[in-house]
Design a protein around this ligand. Structure first.
Ligand code: BGC
Length: 372
């Protein structure tokens, strides 16, 4: 870290960036400046709200969850129409599914977007339950109709191929998506058992572990696994253990996955790629994934490595303390960078989800070693 970066209190700036990016109704914008990210994603929002809970900003987290609840209930007729179509064996169009992101006022986006993604709904359920259980039980009765709706939606769709958390590969099933659904639905069942059939949770776990383990002995990015070099793992598999608990963090299958991610995707002394053949903005190291790896290390008791990742993240902040989505230091394929900049402008900075994961990692380290 150089002197300029040390001057910035990244915890304080992260809170400011998140607060400034929250609309009065509770929605969090993904990035206030990047051309494509003026929306609220449930995926990003779940982690941002969770980060706010870890730093004691429960009111902010609660406002987000209330916004998400009201937004989902608003689209209940859309879900009912989709479920009827499925029941009657009718063709389903892309716009029949719930979207992955909403305008800040809860409206549907107008642009074409790879919207059919399920992991964000799992993440939101997981975050909602943590928030209600630990800080705000009064929210649960309000959120319940949205939870019930989502349980029905996800029961009907979890086996369907859908875009992954990077909004790619519409035609595949993704192990990390199943892990998020497992994590969200089992959190709901742990809070109010009657809301989720145990058979659904078991089926998701069974499917992921039966079909999502590759020959190398760890989890694979795709179901079925794709043995092509670079297609084996994805850094989002980290969340299979922390926090979604599809596998315990010290399970041999998860440890094999972690070792593969370390080999393929962790730049020594630096950050973490999403996957080996990433070309989005040249395929840089993602701040939020560096934090995720650090979070896993904390849970494994590998605190020095967690601290090194936190320090790397701090070194990537701008002079004003803003964290980007990804960094340009070690691009996987720099030839793609200019094309993306021409298309959409420079990549997202600040990204609220990056700030959120920094706060989550920082809190995890402090919980384990309170003086640090
Ligand atoms: C990422 C998503 C993310 C969205 C908003 C996309 O580029 O692939 O994971 O939710 O940006 O941050």
């Amino acid at each position: 870290m150089d002197a300029q970066h040390m001057a910035v209190d990244l915890r304080r700036v992260s809170l400011e960036v998140i607060r400034a990016g929250q609309a009065a109704n509770g929605a969090y914008v993904a990035s206030p400046t990047f051309s494509q990210y003026g929306y609220s994603w449930l995926r990003d929002g779940a982690w941002i709200a969770h980060a706010m809970d870890t730093v004691g900003q429960h009111e902010s987290a609660g406002r987000f969850h209330r916004w998400a609840t009201q937004t989902l209930v608003r689209y209940a007729p859309k879900v009912e129409a989709l479920l009827l179509k499925l029941q009657d064996g009718l063709a389903v169009a892309e716009h029949d599914y719930l979207p992955t992101r909403f305008a800040l006022d809860g409206a549907l986006g107008q642009e074409d977007w790879p919207d059919f993604q399920l992991d964000g709904y799992g993440a939101w359920l997981w975050g909602l339950v943590q928030h209600c259980r630990q800080h705000d039980p009064a929210l649960w009765p309000e959120a319940r109709p949205a939870v019930v709706l989502l349980v029905r939606y996800l029961s009907a769709l979890w086996t369907s191929p859908n875009y992954d958390c990077w909004e790619e590969h519409r035609d595949r099933v993704h192990t990390a998506t199943l892990a998020a659904l497992y994590g969200g639905l089992s959190a709901v069942a742990g809070y109010e058992a009657d809301l989720v059939p145990a058979s659904l949770i078991d089926a998701i776990r069974h499917h992921a572990l039966r079909h999502g383990i590759a020959d190398y002995g760890g989890l694979s990015k795709f179901i079925p696994p794709d043995p092509a070099p670079g297609k084996l793992v994805d850094a989002s598999l980290l969340w299979s253990a922390v926090p979604f608990g599809l596998l315990p963090v010290d399970d041999p299958v998860f440890l094999a996955t972690l070792a593969q991610i370390e080999r393929d995707l962790h730049v020594p002394g630096g950050g973490v790629y999403r996957y080996r053949d990433d070309t989005y903005f040249g395929g840089g190291e993602w701040v939020l994934l560096a934090a995720w790896l650090g979070w896993v290390y904390v849970e494994l008791g590998r605190l020095d490595e967690a601290r090194a990742l936190r320090a790397w993240i701090e070194s990537q902040a701008t002079a004003g303390g803003h964290l980007p989505e990804q960094t340009e230091g070690h691009l996987l394929d720099p030839s793609y960078l200019e094309g993306w900049i021409t298309k959409w402008g420079t990549s997202a900075n600040p990204l609220l989800w990056s700030h959120a994961m920094y706060l989550i990692l920082d809190d995890a380290i402090r919980q384990k070693a309170p003086v640090q």
